[in-house]
Design a protein around this ligand. Structure first.
Ligand SMILES: *Cc1c(COP(=O)(O)O)cnc(C)c1O
Length: 457
């Protein structure tokens, strides 16, 4: 008998309070925050879907692992445990622990980037793009055309446009130090990349002699989609699929705040000895000694345990199914969301829901603010606020105007999600009355983190 309800494959052993707020309190909090949800105090948020990054619940075994942390400055056994857990899935020669994914990016791009260089990806994540551009290099997105249509169904909408990549590498010969593939494609809707597309991407990279790197933050979710959707992959062990993805690449950057089920951490892993040496020198300068990088020994232990748990099939089935549960309910309610539903998040299509708000009055921001005001739900604008500002200081609409509702791992129950669905329905019912925003102040880079807004009209 197959039952419909996907029960959480864990029991709750420790709880944190969730403070109830009313609309008046939330309106006041919004004013204080300059209508930027990043500026809210988290105690003023009821269901926090800002990000799935570092916000998941650790397991009993991860908390126990913390006690094994060895805080030796050099040669800690916690590092060896961490490195083996990483190499069990990603058998790269060199593993450099960093405090977050962006630190791995910063180190790698400060070595391989620079003016005149270009780094293509399916879609660069915001910190990846910013770290590339900071060195003077160009960050180029070459995702398949299907990805630009939020309603278009495609099993692997995160795939690289390999023909475009081939043409790009031919045109920019000698100025491309690496190609990136983001799995799953976060900024493109949490969409997976197929093994077949990774193979073709690897072949194109080989042809042009350019190394391939994975931005592998959600490797386990990507592997689960491959197992479910890619011909010939059904029934395969997820860890095995992950190893095959790794075997196609020359290195990776990683945020351990995503699939490794950590609250902090990251790493850079690669095969090239000389490049690894240069990166290690930077690591010592900015993060720490190579056997701890930016992390405490106890963090390394918790991550090693998390890497074992995340490839568990019961966990992944629940994870992917529960995100789809939210997305499918919104679709049934007639709310436009990016399809198919991604792995870690549901992306509301603010352009379709708020067609009366022009892109540079930030429809995604308007929708995100409305969800918070109506129900204390914090989502994240991924649109012209995040991507509209160009390196030369001008502004241009982003290709999509989305609000991401990211689902923290093992944190909220089905009744929390049912509440989110109700709030979204209420906001969608009065979407035509929502007004846009203008930016009253903004920092020069990654402006979405620090900008302040004023409501229009
Ligand atoms: C989160 C994320 C990063 C950056 O990692 P941090 O740990 O937040 O610095 C890079 N790429 C992708 C795809 C991400 O989701």
């Amino acid at each position: 008998m197959e039952y419909r309800t996907i029960i959480e494959p864990f029991r709750i052993q420790s709880v944190a309070p969730l403070r109830m707020t009313d609309e008046g309190q939330r309106r006041a909090a919004l004013e204080r925050a300059g209508y930027n949800l990043f500026n809210l105090r988290s105690v003023d948020v009821m269901i926090d879907l800002l990000t799935d990054s570092g916000t998941g619940a650790m397991s009993r075994d991860q908390w126990a692992a913390l006690q094994h942390g060895d805080e030796s400055y050099a040669g800690s056994p916690s590092f060896e445990l961490f490195r083996s857990a990483v190499q069990e899935l990603f058998p790269f020669q060199h593993v450099l622990p960093t405090h977050q994914g962006r630190a791995a990016e910063k180190i790698l791009f400060s070595v391989i980037g620079g003016p005149g260089k270009a780094i293509p990806s399916n879609t660069h994540f915001d910190t990846t793009r910013a770290n590339i551009e900071y060195t003077g290099a160009e960050a180029v997105d070459l995702v398949i055309a299907e990805a630009h249509d939020p309603a278009r169904l495609h099993p692997f909408k995160g795939n690289m446009d390999t023909a475009a990549l081939d043409a790009f590498l031919a045109a920019r010969q000698g100025s491309v130090p690496a190609v990136f593939v983001t799995i799953t494609n976060n900024s493109g809707g949490g969409q997976p990349v197929s093994l077949d597309n990774l193979r073709q991407t690897r072949d194109v990279c080989r042809k042009h002699g350019v190394p391939l790197f994975l931005d592998a933050c959600r490797f386990a979710e990507n592997a689960w989609f491959i197992r479910e959707r890619e011909p010939g992959q059904q029934g395969r062990d997820v860890a095995d699929i992950v190893r095959e993805m790794a075997s196609l690449a020359d290195g990776m950057t990683m945020s351990a705040k995503k699939d490794p089920l950590g609250n902090i951490g990251g790493w850079l892993a690669l095969n090239d000895d000389e490049l690894a040496e240069q990166c290690r020198a930077m690591l010592i300068l900015t993060e720490g000694f190579p056997t701890y990088g930016g992390l405490a020994g106890r963090d390394l232990e918790a991550l090693a345990q998390g890497l074992k748990e995340v490839v568990d099939h019961d966990y992944l089935r629940y994870r992917i199914r529960s995100t789809a549960y939210l997305g499918e309910a919104l679709l049934r309610a007639g709310i436009p969301v990016v399809q198919p539903i991604g792995g870690h998040a549901v992306y509301l299509d603010a352009r379709a829901l708020l067609p009366h708000v022009p892109p540079l009055q930030y429809p995604g921001q308007a929708l995100a603010v409305a969800l918070y005001e109506a129900g204390g739900i914090r989502g994240c604008e991924i649109g012209s606020v995040m991507f509209g500002r160009q390196p030369d200081g001008t502004e241009k609409p982003a290709s999509l105007e989305l609000v991401r509702l990211a689902v923290p791992r093992r944190t909220y129950t089905q009744s929390h999600v049912d509440y989110v669905i109700e709030v979204c329905e209420a906001v969608a019912a009065r979407a035509s009355a929502l007004k846009g925003y203008r930016i009253s102040s903004e920092p020069p880079r990654l402006r979405h983190f620090g900008a302040r807004f004023e409501p229009l009209g």
